[in-house]
Design a protein around this ligand. Sequence first.
Ligand code: ADP
Length: 681
Amino acid sequence: MKYCSSSIIAFLFILTSATLLSGQEGPPIDSLKAILKENLTQDSLADINLGIGKSYRSQGMPDSAMYYLRQSIQLYEAGDQREEVVNAYEQLLRTMSNSDQPFEASVALSDTVITKAEEIDDAKTLTQAYLIRGIIFDDMNQREKAFKALNKSLEYLSRLEQKRTAVAIYNAMANLYTDGVDWEKSQEYYLKALYIADTSGWKLGKSVILNNIADNYLDVDRYDEAEQYFKESIAIKRSLGNETNLSVSLCQIAYLYSETDKLNLAFSHAREGLQLAQKNSYHNGMTICYTTIAGLHGKGGNQDQRINYAMKGVELMTQMNAPLNSSLLDNYEHLYQAYLSKNNYEQAFKYLELYSNARDSIVSMENEAKIDELELSFQLKEAEMKNALLAEQQKQAQLKLQRRQFLFFLMISIFAILGLITAWWVWQKNKLNAELDNLVKEKTATLQKTIEDLEKANEELTHFSYITSHDLKEPLRSINGFVTLLRRELGKDLSNDATDLMQNIQRFVRQMNRLIEDVMSFSLISKKKPHYHSISLADVVEEVKGSLSAKLDKSNAEINLQNDLELNSSRTHLVLILSNLCKNAIHYNKSEMPTVDIAAAENGQFWKIQVKDNGIGIAPQYQEQIFVMFKRLHSRSEYDGTGLGLPITKKLIEQLGGHITVESQEDKGSTFTVFLPKQDN
Ligand code: ADP
């Protein structure tokens, strides 16, 4: 691809020209300089300097332009006019990128412009600065950086309504894919640019894009399409009278004609192109045309002219201090080929050497650029990975934090709920406790009252029983006394029947007396509080025997203690219990010799005392009833008694916390067993 770089430079020129055409071109430089001498304010001075700078640039004098533009920047900065500073910087960047300054200087300047423009959020300048930066990177063969910059430019452009800049950006993007990188893609971007230029009616822009499309067809040897596009581009440029750009197009179509062996056409176009470039002192156009014409002479076999034009090209490029490019390489090739044809080996060798050195430099420049690209893409990838890792870490940390927060809130909620439940539970418990306390108090009070009432009633009853029995016994004693007196008074006059009757009266009185005594002792049992102490059963039995001695003698009965036992109990109670049981054992007995056997043993938590007799026994159906008050199994004529002996015994045993059982067989005898709980000493 021979004209790529040049066409971009040309395009930049068009862009700047277009800006000037849109009304930014100032008055002539001389009149401006004259104003400078006048007494001016700092702001006006800055404006004038800017105007002069722009004018110099439009006249293709970048060095002078840059001087005045820098002056204006300084003045604007001193006045802190930030927008004007950015604008002047943009002008400076446009100029520098179109000058002989090294690419690196323009890249550095673009950094400054971008920073300044970002500070005031100037989308228009940012779009332009990134566009220029993209084009410079493309010229430096750093495609990836160029693509990034152009994309940035597009990004800022989306905030503006600038069709022409869009055309420029798409054109620059297309340029990235030319030179055999990706023809389809370059074509796609060119067509986009062409469409925008066409629909927005921007003729100059359209002509440039048409030219570039033609160039792109030329690159893949599609000469017909290339010719068609060149022609269209040339027609527009002619109609616009844009001679500088026309010069380049004419030389490019000339090259096409030379490739398709239309030498005459080629020469006429190339000569016209060179003429226009020279007329306008357009150095870029001139170098392209010199190279093309040299090539045409080469084809035509005119080696002297070939050398002549190739030398002009080389000289101009040296004069322009242009960077190494394919045009220079072509010229060296022409020179070496021409001298070779002329058998001038010395010169041929010289230019072959220059050619190969230049080619090596270009190749190594390309390689360096490629290495730079690779390094950059590696750095980008690394940065991307780092970012992804960081993002992932942040995500994880966020998740962790969220999880922790969730757990924290969950715990807080659980604690809060537990706290509430506990508080409610405590409150409820306290409430229930209070209610229970009240209830207990109430019940205790009621119970206490009942107990008190009962005790009072019992007291009264005991008192009543005592009084009653005492009062009842009083008339009985009198009856007995009077009967005794009556018997004594009547003496021998009493008939036997009357004596019997009187004896009966006295017997009933005794019986009544016993009944009253038994009732009384029953009712007084509750008054008998047991006093526990260690006692010997043998002692108790001896006392019983003593109290029953008359009855024992009369009945010819005997009481035997099988074994002694030491126990902790109430002696009074035990004497009464055993007396009652022994009395019954002898009383309800028809044997010749009533015998009572007393045996004692420990039985678990109890002391077991058995009273066994050889008496009349008790029928099974009555064995329960005998402990009921006043229950008697026999008539008084048969066996006298009150029916209170066993109930009294039972009550005494219960007062000691024990119980009584009976086992009996009629006519064989009975065994009463008393269980008394063991008491601690
Ligand atoms: P009582 O004072 O009339 O003897 P108890 O309450 O002592 O009354 O006895 C109730 C009844 O149990 C007696 O009438 C008697 O029939 C019967 N009974 C009591 N002990 C014996 C016994 N050891 N053998 C046979 N019957 C008995």
